[in-house]
Ligand binder design. Sequence first.
Ligand code: SF4
Length: 213
Amino acid sequence: MLNAKQVMYEKLGESVVKALKMRHFEAHYCLTKKEALNKVFDLIPDSDVVSWGGSKTLVEVGIIEELKARNYTVLDRDAETDPVKKQEIARKALLSDTYLMSSNAITMDGQLYNIDGNGNRLGALVFGPKSVIIVAGMNKVVKSIEDAEARVRNYAAPMNAQRFKGLNTPCQLNGSCADCISEKSICAQMVRTRICRPEGRIKVILVGEDLGM
Ligand code: SF4
């Protein structure tokens, strides 16, 4: 039996899926992380070269672990310690077959909103990989683009900033955004994806649980 939050998420999730489809995304709603994990692997052919952007959600759903267990050919920059080689893998990932990531926010009318420091994750979202799969908890759904930016600047980025050493951005030091122009800003790129073009290239899997930041 579903609890009240699951019921609310399911109702909202179905309407966001409909809105995403209107904007030419492929979209699915999964009640649980387990269901989402199965859906992700339904969407990745065995022969694909797969890569991903840094994401707590992908780890929480168990996707990275499963990718390695299933012996996909992966481009994993986290497995590399040498910064030059890491950068090379990030560049190659832009031509992977399938790229996995989450989204910092998704609006109720079916738009994606994301920020990025180096831009490798958003580069792949915009162009390059044949297929992009986005996995996001329902906690990422917001009403409008204005709410998406507010969520990202005032919550997700300050939280995310705590994961990195020595950023010294206002969000890391004080826990709130000051619209900085630091060279280490994790919001160098701010991208709104209004529609999916070509149709179906970006697949969004909404999960009826709170995931990531
Ligand atoms: S603009 Fe600067 S202070 Fe604001 S969230 Fe981004 S990195 Fe942090």
